[in-house]
Design a binder for this molecule. Structure first.
Ligand SMILES: Nc1ncnc2c1ncn2[C@@H]1O[C@H](COP(=O)(O)OP(=O)(O)O)[C@@H](O)[C@H]1O
Ligand SMILES: [Mg+2]
Length: 329
């Protein structure tokens, strides 16, 4: 059964179980509401002229600067808790429990304990079809949830460089990051990493806005950086909050370097056709997982629930044949 068929079957199970997974978009009176966090919008980055990127295919130099040189930032964990994010101080919250389920298969693959070996299993791309489906929200929750484990260190990369929002969601001011490393030879990776008061969680911000920001994700400089990350942090789980798959050509290129792809589906908005098209862009990636975001079901705290509902290895060319009509996922 393909990942889409599994997803559709799971949707049916949830509906039959009385879970409100949102109306189908064609019938929806209004798009799925995002009230709890609507006050924390993604910052639209202004476009400024900046230097040309470093030349493609330059040799990889692993600069051996310890992370201790990285800046330290303090996350306001009470605030993060209040907007529905996973925090270490509330390990048994409903959201933490949901991500406990979601992260398990991801960690198994990252540690080579999945059903099949996965190359670069520690490189995890969180993406979706279009903007606004919950990539950043889910990236942060996944990163935080994994960082709460005893044995895992996490690097959360804001790679949605055209619409960066990780720092904003975390309540942090803009900072140098990925773009600066890609564009400026004098900026080294450890210089822009942000260590946090969640001991095992480190951030790599998107960095300076650039008119060709997304294009840079498919550049030779980015490939070199990914190799550097893999060399420098082989034991770290690296989560990339990434651009949507259907809006740019660079996101699918970035996906080729990843071991695992997490596709966020927004209940009541993402259609089967959108999901099918998004998955077809990452068909060569060995592991794809789908998270159904903003599924509404009875929760006492007023936040949305999540269901991880599709999961598969090595899907072949025919794996994206969705059954059924183009109704809302
Ligand atoms: N499960 C959820 N519960 C509550 N708010 C959410 C949820 N998922 C996303 N949001 C909110 O919806 C908006 C869009 O989500 P975001 O993660 O920024 O989308 P993307 O990164 O895909 O563009 C943000 O304001 C975010 O905080
Ligand atoms: Mg985002």
């Amino acid at each position: 059964m393909s990942i889409i068929e599994q997803a559709i079957e799971r949707m049916g199970q949830l509906k039959r179980a009385g879970v409100d997974i949102g109306t189908e978009p064609e019938e929806a009176a209004a798009p799925a509401a995002v009230q709890p966090l609507a006050a924390v919008p993604a910052a639209a980055a202004p476009v400024v002229a900046t230097p040309e990127p470093k030349p493609a295919n330059e040799p990889v130099v692993v600069r051996n600067v310890p992370d201790a040189s990285s800046r330290y930032v303090e996350l306001d964990l009470a605030r993060l808790d209040s907007i529905g994010l996973v925090v270490p101080s509330a390990p048994r919250s409903q959201i933490a429990e949901e991500f406990r389920v979601i992260k398990r298969p991801i960690l198994a693959n990252a540690h080579g304990k999945g059903a099949a070996p996965v190359d670069n299993g520690n490189l995890i791309m969180v993406t979706s079809s279009v903007p606004g489906e919950g990539k950043s929200f889910n990236s942060i929750n996944l990163a935080m949830s994994i960082a709460m484990e005893l044995d895992n260190r996490v690097l959360l990369v804001d790679a949605d460089v055209a619409r960066p929002s990780v720092l904003n969601l975390l309540g942090l001011p803009p900072a140098k990051g990925l773009m600066d490393v890609l564009l400026d030879d004098s900026v080294n990776l450890p210089d822009v990493l942000l260590r946090t008061n969640v001991e095992k969680l480190t951030l790599l911000p998107a960095g300076m806005p650039h008119k060709n920001a997304t294009e840079l994700l498919a550049s030779g400089a980015m490939r070199s950086l990914l190799v550097e990350l893999a060399h420098r942090y082989p034991d770290r789980i690296i989560i990339f909050d990434s651009p949507p798959l259907m809006v740019t050509t660079e996101a699918p290129v970035l996906a080729q370097s990843m071991g695992q792809i997490v596709v966020v589906v927004e209940a009541g908005r993402t259609t089967h056709t959108m999901l099918k098209q998004a998955l077809s862009k990452v068909q060569d990636c060995p592991v794809k997982m789908v998270i159904l975001n903003k599924a509404r079901y009875a929760r006492t705290d007023g936040y949305y629930g999540y269901y991880g509902y599709g999961y598969g290895y090595g899907y072949g060319a025919d794996s994206h044949q969705a059954k059924g009509d183009d109704d809302g996922a």
